[in-house]
Ligand binder design. Structure first.
Ligand SMILES: *Cc1c(COP(=O)(O)O)cnc(C)c1O
Length: 427
């Protein structure tokens, strides 16, 4: 499969039916799997044989879809989770315990920021947040002896800051830790972080990968390139026997390509159970089959919309990393020359009130707490997700009161622009 191009892998990777088998990935909607003897079942529990026994750990539908995402990212192993939140939590918690530390970009999704700065802090894991555009010296200064991982988003939601993946990977590897990159917004169609030195990639598959707002889901992909065995004291969970799993040493038994994902599956999925429903994995796969067609259309439409907004006299500012002159333009051209994503942010002149009036006038674009699906949707954080904050608090969080997050869909761009035009007339 890996010899095929991305577009072909969107359709075929992960599942090749034998003669007479279903052409679509079958939905194995079953909690359990039957075995003839206790010995056969026991071998599965000991990880000595491969097979399914309980869907909380693994399910054939989900595994086939994970294998497709693995091929698209060019990874060694992958797993699905029930949400993007679960993917980012597992990716960090698989290698961090109480007393450990992580360096993370400050420009990340609000839900991830809360997971790290509030909930995981309560578990005893400390995070240092760095400005992603800081110098290499400042980046290196953020590391501590107990740092176990580094984290960033290829394109941050909603700031749209582009991560300098090579700079982050250099700093991570100089300190002997892996770089984890949330690649939700560009998807592997527009960027493959492994090619630039990232070690682990995460996704909220809820967004473009699904693309039809059908399911909430996540994925973790391991490149297999980070050598945990060089730092056995730092990563004992991967390099020494797991007493909670029959004394298996993951790096020994499964190699560098399999250790991380196997541990996250048999240990974290077993204990936390953030498993996607097989039906949701199926919906995700239907979306993946057209990802290579949808992404270029999202990008072209977003660029057309950004250019229109930029020239409109009621618009104060526009952020779109693919738009020439944008502060992220150079990094976007380096890492995503074929396009970034369909999300554009902008400010309506007149601040919070004007943004609310504009939003109320939209007819085609729907107001939704969602991004990155086929239909255009829009959110005004200051009056919804961030409404408890004062204008001063919003500025500190990088969300200006006039900021409108527009997720440009794949409708005809003329209709999207006509809708924006008429809504701006009301302002
Ligand atoms: C939405 C999102 C998440 C969280 O994903 P859920 O599927 O909503 O749990 C994580 N990272 C990014 C970049 C996102 O946009």
């Amino acid at each position: 499969m890996s010899n095929y191009k991305k577009g072909t892998n969107c359709l075929h990777a992960g599942y090749v039916p034998e003669s007479g088998e279903p052409r679509n990935i079958p939905i194995v909607q079953s909690t359990t799997f039957r075995y003839g003897t206790s010995e056969a079942m026991g071998a599965l529990f000991d990880l000595e044989a491969e097979g399914y026994f309980y869907t909380r750990l693994q399910n054939p539908t989900s595994d086939r879809v994970a294998a497709k995402i693995c091929a698209l990212e060019g990874g060694a192993a992958a797993m699905l989770t029930s949400s993007g939140q679960a993917a980012n939590f597992f990716a960090i918690f698989n290698i961090c315990s109480a007393g450990d530390h992580v360096v993370a970009s400050a420009a990340i999704y609000g839900g991830t920021f809360n997971l790290f700065s509030v909930t995981m802090r309560r578990m005893g894991i400390q995070f240092t947040f760095v400005d992603p555009n800081c110098s290499e010296e400042e980046l290196n200064a953020a590391f501590q002896p107990n740092t176990k991982a580094m984290f960033g988003e290829t394109i941050a939601n909603p700031a749209l800051t582009v991560l300098d993946i090579e700079k982050f990977a250099r700093a991570a590897h100089a300190h002997g830790v892996p770089l984890i990159v949330d690649n939700t917004f560009p998807t592997p169609i527009n960027c493959r972080p492994f090619q630039w030195g990232a070690d682990i990639v995460t996704h909220s598959t809820t967004k473009y990968m699904d693309g039809h707002a059908n399911q909430v889901g996540g994925a973790i992909v391991d490149s297999g390139s980070f050598d945990w065995t060089k730092y056995p004291d730092k990563y004992p969970g991967l390099c020494t026997p797991d007493d909670s799993y029959h004394g298996v040493t993951y790096t020994e038994r499964f190699g560098l390509g399999g250790a991380f994902i196997t541990k996250a599956t048999v240990q974290l999925m077993r204990d936390f159970g953030s498993t996607p429903a097989p039906m949701n994995a199926y919906f995700l796969n239907v979306g993946l089959e057209t990802l290579h067609l949808r992404m270029p259309q999202h990008c072209a439409n977003a660029l057309a919309v950004a250019k229109f907004l930029k020239g409109h006299d009621k618009v104060a500012w526009v952020t779109c990393p693919s738009l020439e002159g944008d502060k992220n333009y150079d990094l976007a051209q380096k890492y995503m020359p074929n396009g970034t994503c369909g999300v554009v942010t902008f400010g309506v002149k007149g601040g919070r009130k004007a943004a609310e009036t504009f939003m109320a006038g939209l007819k085609l674009a729907s107001i939704a707490t969602h991004v990155a699906d086929a239909k255009t949707c829009v959110l005004h954080p200051a009056s919804s997700t961030h409404r408890q904050m004062s204008d001063a608090e919003l500025e500190a969080a990088g969300v200006s009161p006039d900021l409108v997050r527009l997720s440009v869909g794949i409708e005809d761009p003329a209709d999207i622009i006509a809708d924006l035009t008429q809504a701006l007339e009301n302002v």
